[in-house]
Design a protein around this ligand. Structure first.
Ligand SMILES: Cc1ncc(COP(=O)(O)O)c(C=O)c1O
Length: 421
């Protein structure tokens, strides 16, 4: 066995798929999951099978991969400014929607659509001051809507917002929720104001990551009153959840962390500090540093007194400060990310994924760039599909969460209390 490894606990993954599908249906919203979280075909297939009506992606490359997997409705949740990328999405065997937030974005989409001889569905992206993309006020949205309507190459089909940007997105304190709610309310107001401008009977209001889906549902109340309106959530990280940010802020009961990373202690250079062989390339993070879940000996028995926190992440190393004692070199440990490892590293982990048997699957990071990975990901997807079949066959065993194999207690089980390997 070599390290580092990313491990996906499939029972937890399946449970998250089911929990989210149920939550969306109970709250009257469609799920268009952001599949950048995993970019993994068998996982996306599970999301679609559970009722996802479309998928969301961030780039033309991701849209092409999704289309090659058979996704037939794809939202690129970005304004696209590259004519080559625009031409590319229009060649896909899928209905592709894009966002715009400026005259420039409209002009580019329009001229590329004209050249390709297609009519493109666009949604207006509503942002907030100090946030990320998106028009900042209703007047700008209205001007853009008129411009889109005047174009024969573009069709205005809805309004989009992404409320989970900035420091507010990391807590549910009243001040943070006020910012989130204000953003969503303005987006919903724009939707209602533009109601006569939409060029479809089923206009779309789309928002939401995995942190504030409840606020999206609440803010979308006036949208829902519009006949034919469709409210969609684009949550992606719910699928693997995490051991930090999402666990702290997600309002959806029942989501469980499904991803862990295992790595070895490489060096014990000073008392109270160990250096572990996994770093930014293996567990990049966009919120807090990863959480140490536990340390294990070669027989996979948890070392009860080994506790620590990540003090620094380098390319391939993590410096862990120990709460007490010292860890021997060679011990391995597992950590849970504070934003899903999968969202940030998925493409890197698929190439050398090796079946571990049982109900989780693991991979080692690749060294190639994102483009080179699409073929690898496809190959890996085939491999993972084969594993899925095997996993289904084993689900009776997994359901009881009994550790399999002879290497002692299951570390993920000990660490998270829930995984079976
Ligand atoms: C535009 C957009 N929509 C949806 C999402 C999904 O949010 P989450 O990763 O919290 O599920 C993201 C994530 O970054 C995003 O940028």
């Amino acid at each position: 066995m070599t390290f580092p490894q990313m491990r996906i606990a499939l029972p937890q993954l399946a449970s998250n798929v089911a929990t989210m599908a149920k939550w969306c249906s109970a709250n009257g919203v469609e799920l268009w999951p952001h599949i950048k979280t995993t970019m993994c075909r068998p996982i996306v297939e599970r999301q679609l099978a559970a009722g996802a009506a479309a998928v969301t992606v961030a780039t033309a490359d991701q849209a092409a991969v999704a289309a090659s997997w058979g996704c037939r409705r794809i939202l690129v949740a970005n304004q696209m400014v590259n004519p080559i990328a625009l031409q590319r999405i229009w060649r896909l065997d899928a209905e592709v929607m894009i966002l715009v937030d400026s005259e420039r974005g409209v002009v580019l989409a329009e001229s590329a659509a004209r050249e390709a001889g297609v009519i493109t569905d666009v949604l207006i992206d509503i942002g907030r001051r100090g946030g990320r993309t998106g028009v900042r006020d209703g007047r700008a949205a209205s001007t853009l809507a008129q411009r889109i309507r005047a174009s024969r190459a573009l069709r205005l089909v809805g309004v989009s917002a992404y409320e989970a940007v900035g420091p507010e997105a990391t807590s549910r304190e009243a001040s943070a929720l006020a910012v989130v709610d204000d953003h969503l309310r303005r987006a919903a107001d724009v939707f209602v104001e533009l109601v006569t401008m939409f060029e479809t009977e089923r206009p779309v209001f789309t928002a939401g990551g995995s942190t504030f889906p409840d606020r999206v549902v609440a803010a979308a109340a006036p949208v829902r009153a519009v006949p034919g309106a469709v409210v969609t959530l684009r949550s992606g990280c719910y699928i693997v959840h995490d051991h930090g940010l999402y666990q702290r802020v997600s309002p959806i009961a029942g989501l469980v962390p499904a991803v862990t990373v295992r790595a070895e202690v490489l060096s014990t250079p000073e008392s109270g500090v160990v250096v572990v062989g996994a770093g930014k390339r293996d567990v990049p993070h966009d919120a807090d540093l990863p959480t140490v879940l536990g340390a294990f000996d070669a027989r996979a028995t948890q070392r009860k007194r080994c506790r620590g926190t990540v003090a620094a992440l380098y390319d391939h190393h993590a410096v862990v400060r120990l709460a007490e004692g010292n860890w021997p070199s060679g011990i391995w440990w597992t950590w849970g990310s504070r934003t899903p490892v999968g969202r940030l590293t998925a493409g890197r982990w698929w190439r050398s994924s090796t079946p571990t048997g049982g109900s989780s699957t693991s991979g080692r990071p690749t060294s190639s760039g994102p483009r080179a990975q699409s073929t690898e990901m496809r190959a890996q997807s085939a491999e993972m599909r084969a594993q899925s079949a095997e996993m289904r066959a084993q689900s009776a065993v997994s359901a009881g969460c009994r550790p399999r194999g002879g290497s002692g207690a299951d570390p993920d089980r000990s660490a998270s209390g829930s995984c079976c390997t």
